[in-house]
Design a protein around this ligand. Sequence first.
Ligand code: PEP
Ligand code: MG
Length: 324
Amino acid sequence: QKAEWAKLKNEKTYSQDGHHVELVANIGTPKDLEGVINNGGEGVGLYRTEFLYMGRDQLPTEEEQFESYKAVLEGLAGKPVVVRTLDIGGDKELPYLSLPKEMNPFLGFRAIRLCLEEKDLFRTQLRALLRASTYGNLKIMFPMIATLNEFRQAKAMLEEEKAKLISEGVAVSEDIEVGIMVEIPSTAVLADQFAKEVDFFSIGTNDLIQYTMAADRMNERVSYLYQPYSPSILRLVKMVIDAAHKEGKWTGMCGEMAGDETAIPLLLGLGLDEFSMSATSILKARAQIRHLSKSDMEKMAEQALQLPTTDEVVKIVKEAANLK
Ligand code: PEP
Ligand code: MG
C-alpha cells in the first residue's frame, strides 16, 4: 500500500472519472515544508501564522515575518501558499498582549476581531506578506470572518498597505488572491453574498462544527455533538461550495475533516475543490480519490443531505466508498 502511495508523489489528483482536485497541506512553520514536498503536497492550503507570535515575549518584527513568509513561498517554488493572518485568542494566548480574561474566549476578542482593533500589529503582518508576495504564489486568508464589513475592512487595510509599499518603490505581486475562512455559521449562511467579494473560501470545520453545534471542540463531555457528518454541517458545507461556484470562485477545506477518509468521498461529491490536511495524509488521500467516482459520490452526497442523523450519513458514505 505504502509503495502504491509513493508512486503518486508527483502525480496530480484525479478521481476515477477524471475530476481534478487539489491536495495541499496545513503547516505551522517553514520547517514543515520538507514534509509537504516529501509527501507530494500540491501547495499549502493553510499556513497558521500564530506560531510566529507564540513562545516569545514580544511581537515578531516585519522583517522576521517577511523572512518566514519568503522562505515558505520560495520553498514551494510557485505552488499556491494560503497564508492565514493572525488567529490568536480562543485557546491560543499571547501573554505579552496582556488582553483581559474573558468569560467565553472562543466567542470573544480573537483573530480578525483583534486584528481590526490592533491595527499596527495587523498592518505589520500585511506589509510582511505583501513584500514576500513576489517570491511565489501567495494567497491571503482572513480567519474568523463573521460579517462582510469585517472582510471589507481587512481588505481595505491590505489595499492601503499595498499602495504605500508601491509608493515606496517596493515590488508587490499584482495577483494575490484574498479569501476567508468559513468557520462561523453566519458566514456559511451568507456565503452567496461573500462569494461576490472574496476570491476563495476555505472551510474551517474545526470551528464551524463547534459554533454550529454549540459544542466546545475540546470538551469530551459534549463530543457526541461534535460530529462532522451531521447533516446540518453537510448542508452548510454544500451551501458554501455552491455559492462559490456560482460566482466562479473555488472552495477549499482546511479543518481536520478534509483529511479524513470517511469525509473525503462526501466532500468530493459535494464538489470541494481543494483539500488541505496534514502532509502525512496526502498520499493516502490521493490514492483513495483515484478509486472514487465523482459522479457516484455526487449521488451519495445528494442522498446524505436528505438524511436526518449523523449515523445514517456515516452508513451510506461507508457503503458508497467501500470503507469498513
Ligand atoms: C478550523 O477552525 O477548522 C481551522 C482550520 O482553524 P484552527 O484549527 O486553527 O482554528
Ligand atoms: Mg479555526
